[in-house]
Write a protein that binds this ligand. Structure first.
Ligand code: C2E
Ligand code: CA
Ligand code: CA
Ligand code: CA
Length: 277
């Protein structure tokens, strides 16, 4: 069957309603898609500045649908969330990541994995218990697991999210605020969150070479983060110039296409080998 741009080509153009219905059905079948092996995890390395030691990887979910092809996580993650299935997604990514960290430990490598959380995970009181169970099952120390959460996620229901975050933090898991700088009440709230890291949103890092405003935002997040005792991570590092600027500002960790794109497990292994050889 011929496909074009992810949609079927059968001599007619499906209506918006038909496309919507199919996408909706697709998301409700997420659990089955995981079981069928359509869902996987790619890992993007993060390196310390200035010495470029591999500090960890970010786990990023991938879904290759038999009919629609590669799906964009920026689109399907919110849809999976809306369908009430984010628990399935997060648990899958967490398990794959911990299995990977365990393999590295067995090879003598201490590399941490960062898993993205959704607001809905922070509304599940059972979530910390599930995490502890997974850490024990794979025998991974909690400090080798990072959770990334967006500010707006935590802010949408702080009463519910905060106790869960405190519990995860007290277990020794590292917490990072993702997409920092894009929220509305960043500065005041950051002090009250039990976090260890801030990740500067890639839009500022991508823009800082040409936009003085973006450069000023990046600089002030690095300063703010350090004054609060946090590790500062920059995402979206695509060229040497950006990396050198971040290094000069004292940014602690860099992530982006310059270092590596997100890679499937086997390609990541090859990347790691080539670096340590
Ligand atoms: P995010 O958490 O901000 O992840 C970073 C995104 O930036 C990833 O997109 C990554 O591939 C991309 N990226 C990395 N380096 C560069 C770079 O140098 N330049 C540019 N332009 N982009 C770069 P991706 O994988 O498409 O994921 C998009 C978003 O989907 C993520 O944004 C995150 O919000 C969400 N997501 C992905 N995986 C998961 C997951 O397992 N769970 C949850 N809850 N959300 C996820
Ligand atoms: Ca992230
Ligand atoms: Ca981000
Ligand atoms: Ca994002």
């Amino acid at each position: 069957r011929a496909t074009r741009g992810g949609e079927e080509v059968r001599g007619y153009v499906p209506s918006m309603g038909q496309i919507f219905m199919r996408r909706f059905q697709m998301v409700t079948q997420f659990r089955q898609s995981v079981e069928d092996g359509q869902v996987s995890v790619h890992y993007q390395p993060k390196v310390t500045l200035p010495n470029r030691h591999v500090q960890g990887v970010e786990a990023l979910v991938r879904w290759v649908h038999p009919e629609f092809g590669k799906l964009d996580p920026d689109e399907f993650v919110p849809a999976v969330e809306a369908a009430g299935l984010i628990g399935v997604l997060t648990e899958f990514v967490l398990e794959q990541s911990l299995r990977r960290v365990r393999k590295w430990l067995d090879e003598g490598l201490r590399i941490s994995a960062a898993v993205n959380l959704s607001v809905r995970n922070l509304a599940d009181e059972e979530f910390p218990r599930k995490v502890v169970e997974a850490l024990e099952r794979f025998d991974v120390p909690p400090e080798l697991l990072t959770f990334e959460l967006t500010e707006s996620g935590v802010m949408s229901d702080p009463q519910k999210a905060l106790p869960i975050l405190r519990e995860l933090h007290s277990l020794g898991i590292v917490l990072a605020v993702d997409d920092f700088g894009t929220g509305y009440s960043s500065l005041a709230y950051l002090r009250q969150l039990p976090v260890d890291q801030v990740k500067i949103d890639k839009s500022f890092v991508l823009g800082m070479g040409t936009d003085l405003g973006d450069l000023a935002v990046v600089r002030s997040i690095v300063e703010l983060g350090h004054s609060l005792g946090l590790t500062v991570v920059a995402e979206g590092v695509e060229d040497d110039v950006a990396r050198d600027q971040l290094e000069a500002m004292g940014c602690d960790v860099a992530q982006g296409y310059l270092i590596s794109r997100p890679l499937a497990e086997d390609r990541l292994e090859a990347w790691l080998l080539a670096r340590t050889a």
